[in-house]
Design a protein around this ligand. Structure first.
Ligand code: NAD
Ligand code: DAU
Length: 341
């Protein structure tokens, strides 16, 4: 149990989940201090944190988790590290894997070293269900904490590498760690390269939505605030050295079904669906058994998928400037490379 008035170092806090986590935490624990260390890659956006950026208990460091000087300085007086910073998009990892290894593997190891040197009380690592590989559509099994690692993309391999290092620092050096492996998050501030915000913003721009292959791929969707609640519980009640899986669904839903729901919410017909070339090595199905965190820590997802998908559509409609700014420049170049003109 961590005592009140803590000082947290959040890495990658200007990204989608990190920013939602900072906003959540500052509201719930206003006595705590947060230092946000972020390199501000294409995915980092300080606009996400506008409402708290002037708070006296919030500070920002523009830096790279691979830079030992920066992280040692950021780690001063820190009680808890919540490590989100990563290259996070599977398609980008297929095109250019090296950066994923540098940030996700080497960067994590450098942070672990620094956390150890600075005697932090907790190092919490944010990871993904993708480290477990792919399930068959016909399979009734779900991933659980005992599932064998079987990453199949450069992204998931790099996250698997980082998970192993985090556990190695616990076993070898006694660093007090916890890990959460969660499923596909959705909600406000998600970069529109990911499926749900890409679909919503394309439709708002009157453009078709690219659906990879047959579209019968299955993901387990988790509203980002439910994910933040899970991290909160693990930080406050989780057992040192443990891994907890976090998922949002009880029933499978395919990408085609997701896009059809979005089209219905947005009053558009299915002519907006465009089947495009499949992702190489595309994982067929993810499904998460989240019974451990439910039984041990009393967590379960509170946000219903349909209701929060609708609210997410509303958010993108109301925050047009945010996503239009994000969709310019470097992202347009990436979009052309990924999907053609
Ligand atoms: P994101 O891509 O939106 O944000 C990543 C953030 O990390 C950005 O702000 C970026 O600037 C920062 N960053 C990248 N490289 C950095 C570096 N070298 N040094 C410092 N900062 C750096 O990612 P996200 O979707 O918010 O994901 C956050 C974490 O959650 C990642 O570790 C990801 O693997 C994990 N995760 C994400 C999902 C999801 O559905 N989005 C699901 C499971 C796990
Ligand atoms: O499972 C957790 C993971 O979820 C996280 O670890 C990753 O950081 C995050 O990016 C996400 O990975 P996915 O590859 O599942 O998410 P993405 O949004 O890229 O794709 C979701 C599904 O939609 C997947 O089956 C691929 C498909 N897709 C995606 C895009 C971008 C399409 O059909 N068309 C698209 O244009």
């Amino acid at each position: 149990m961590i005592t009140p008035a803590r000082k947290l170092l959040v890495t990658g806090g200007a990204g989608f989940i990190g920013a939602n986590f900072i906003l959540y935490w500052m509201k719930k624990y206003p006595q705590d201090k947060i230092v946000n260390l972020d390199k501000l890659t294409y995915a980092g956006n300080l606009e996400n944190l506008k409402e708290i950026e002037k708070n006296s208990n919030y500070g920002f460091i523009h830096g790279d988790i691979c830079d030992v000087g920066t992280i040692d300085e950021a780690m001063q007086g820190i009680d808890v590290v919540v490590h989100f910073a990563a290259e996070s998009h599977v398609d980008r990892s297929i095109k250019k894997p090296s950066k994923f290894i540098v940030t996700n593997v080497v960067g994590t190891q450098m942070l672990l070293n620094s956390a150890l040197r600075n005697n932090v009380k907790r190092f919490h690592h944010i990871s993904t269900d993708e480290v477990y590989g792919s399930l068959e559509l016909s399979d009734t099994n779900k991933f659980n904490e005992r599932t064998k690692y079987n990453p199949r993309s450069p992204y998931s391999a790099s996250k698997a590498g980082s998970d192993h290092l985090v556990r190695a620092y616990y076993e070898t050096y006694g660093l007090p760690i916890t890990i959460t492996n969660c499923s596909n998050n959705f909600g406000p501030y998600q970069f529109p390269e990911k499926f749900i915000p890409l679909a919503i913003t394309n439709i708002l721009e009157n453009k078709k939505v690219p659906v990879y292959g047959d579209g019968l791929y299955v993901r387990d969707w988790l509203y980002v605030v439910d994910h933040c609640r899970a991290i909160d519980l693990v930080l406050n009640k989780g057992k040192i050295g443990e891994t907890y899986l976090v998922g949002g669904m009880t029933q499978d839903i395919s990408n085609l079904e997701v896009i059809k729901k979005i089209l219905k919410i947005m009053n558009r017909d299915e002519s907006f669906i465009e089947h495009v070339k499949d992702r190489p090595g595309h994982d067929r199905r993810y499904a998460v058994d989240w019974s451990k965190i439910e039984k041990e820590l009393g967590w379960k997802p509170l946000h219903d998928f349909d209701e929060w998908l609708e609210k997410t559509v509303e958010w993108y409609k109301e925050n047009e400037k945010w996503w239009r700014d994000v969709k310019t420049g470097a992202y347009q170049k990436y979009y052309k490379e990924q999907y053609g003109e």
